[in-house]
Design a protein around this ligand. Structure first.
Ligand code: PRT
Length: 107
């Protein structure tokens, strides 16, 4: 997802060089507690949209959640590559688990 990389780089840039009128700079200025609050709010909005709103609204809420998650990742010094590596590790583990699975016997 190239857009996610672009977003990550933009957010990283806002942290390094705050810009006036930038919502991202505003969030970093407020600090971690505010960012965590926003991530929590956006999670709740995704849940509400899942239960009662249109697919379009839900996609919109996922967009907000992804954005705030990226802000939190940058705040905590976590890269997209690290998340990617973790997902890859899990996927490899799953394959290994499958290979290790014992055949089912019916007696
Ligand atoms: N993807 C987003 C994005 N998604 C959501 N938001 C902002 O998140 C806020 C969430 O709205 P809310 O109503 O929940 O919050 P609020 O009442 O405005 O603010 P709070 O007082 O609750 O903090 C809105 O102001 C949105 O504009 C985003 N702001 C920025 N981006 C990306 O970040 C990049 C840099 O943006 P700036 O930092 O604004 O330059 C942009 O190019 C965008 O790609």
């Amino acid at each position: 997802m190239e857009e996610l990389n672009v977003l990550y780089e933009t957010v990283l840039d806002r942290k390094a060089s705050p810009e006036e009128g930038s919502y991202t700079s505003y969030l970093f200025g407020k600090g971690e507690e505010k960012i965590l609050k926003k991530v929590g709010e956006e999670c709740t909005e995704v849940i509400i949209a899942s239960l009662s709103q249109s697919k379009e609204d839900l996609i919109n809420e996922f967009g907000d959640l992804f954005y705030h998650m990226v802000v939190l990742m940058v705040e905590k010094g976590i890269t997209l590559e690290e998340i990617s590596a973790e997902l890859e590790r899990r996927s490899g583990k799953k394959h290994n688990l499958k290979a290790e699975r014992k055949p089912v016997t019916n007696y």
